[in-house]
Ligand binder design. Structure first.
Ligand code: KG4
Ligand code: ZN
Length: 340
């Protein structure tokens, strides 16, 4: 098995990648962010229709950039859960059609497992040693996972309400910033004072997180500032920095405690929010003080991409997994569905 084609259409990124075994030959991502910005968030039907339009050109571009012909593809990996079902089925139907036409095997990949493997894209020649701790922070998920081996995971904790990326996006919206809010808050926070406003850090039991109280606290502050006509650019930057710091404090503190409690020496941080510049810097400082090895993929592999899906699929294919043509798409697939 030499060339693996990855397909990702679970949300608002149409992505196709070609791997040569564990090495990325191409990874093309067509983002729909601009389309959805007019509605302030992802509109599922619009996302699905956009995938229908974009998938074939993105596939062609991925093959061209890899210098690989379609007939050379040995196997296909496709995200089939969790995600927007209407969006998932576009990629899934394409994967089945290709597998059928080429008479090659295909596997369905859990999107979260894909994010876990984004860290492995940094090490095409070697595994990140197991066990290690993984923090997945994306638009839909915030989970702490103990990875014992390939396909062998234990969920330690998760968010009880909003995902970290969702908190960024919702807060950005109430601040009047564009979708997706994460990158914009990141940029503004770099020019603001993280101590200007003291927002609550939710104390949640176990290895869980909660961000909805924080969002409400920011809303109250914004309403107060608007009533006093005091929401100028500098204040907006301070709000972004103070909100972001509250999210990062919660993420970093819990994650380091979990690493210590489970005696793991390696931490990977993946998902769209892992692209956050302050999270990267502060996590790096905290990990080096605690003697932890930290791995965060480059930003293009933090956000949704098909290269991570292809790599997760590659390991499942190597383990002998093959999907049937009746493979379905699922909106929800908690970690229990990361069956080994
Ligand atoms: O992993 P991802 O691309 O999609 C999901 O699986 O959800 O994550 C998207 C999320 C969005 O909520 C976006 O606002 C957030 O990642 N994000 C960021 C940054 N870049 C993307 N959040 C904070 N800072 C960033 N630089
Ligand atoms: Zn994702």
């Amino acid at each position: 098995m030499r060339y693996i084609l990855g397909i990702e259409t679970s949300c608002d990124e149409t992505s196709v990648a070609v791997l040569e075994r564990r090495t990325v030959r191409s990874s093309v991502v067509a983002s729909q962010a601009q389309l959805h910005a007019q509605w302030g968030g992802v509109v599922p039907e619009a996302a699905a229709r956009q995938h229908v339009e974009r998938l074939n050109p993105v596939l062609q571009q991925a093959l061209d950039e890899a210098g690989v012909a379609l007939r050379q593809i040995d196997a296909i990996a496709v995200t089939n859960r969790p995600g927007l079902v209407g969006a998932l089925v576009v990629g899934l139907a394409a994967a089945k059609a290709l597998a059928f036409a080429l008479q090659k095997p295909f596997v369905g990949v859990n999107h979260l497992e894909g994010h876990l493997y984004s860290a492995f894209l940094m090490e095409p020649d070697a595994d990140i040693p197991f066990p290690h701790l993984a923090l997945i922070v994306s638009g839909g998920h915030t989970e702490l996972i103990l990875a014992h081996g390939h396909g062998d995971y234990a969920l330690l904790g998760h968010t009880l309400d909003d995902a970290a990326g969702e908190a960024f996006d919702k807060t950005a919206r109430l601040l009047g910033l564009n979708y997706p809010g994460g990158p914009e808050i990141d940029r503004r926070a770099n020019q603001g004072d993280p101590n200007a406003f003291l927002f609550p850090r939710a104390r949640v039991e176990g290895w869980n997180f909660s961000f909805s109280g924080l969002k409400t606290a920011v809303r109250r502050e914004v309403e107060r500032l608007r009533a006093h006509n005091a929401l100028d650019e500098a204040t907006l930057n301070n709000l972004c920095a103070s909100f972001q710091q509250a999210v990062l404090d919660a993420l970093i503190e819990k994650t380091l405690e979990a690493a210590q409690a489970h005696r793991v020496g390696i931490l990977i941080v993946v998902g769209g929010v892992a692209a956050n510049s302050a999270l990267q810097a502060q996590m790096r400082t905290a990990c080096s003080a605690a003697g932890l090895t930290l791995k965060i993929p480059p930003p293009k592999y933090c956000t949704d991409n098909a290269a991570m899906i292809a790599l997760a699929g590659y390991f499942r294919l190597l383990a002998g997994e093959r999907a049937d043509y009746d493979l379905d798409a699922y909106a929800n697939a908690p970690l229990g569905c990361l069956e080994s």
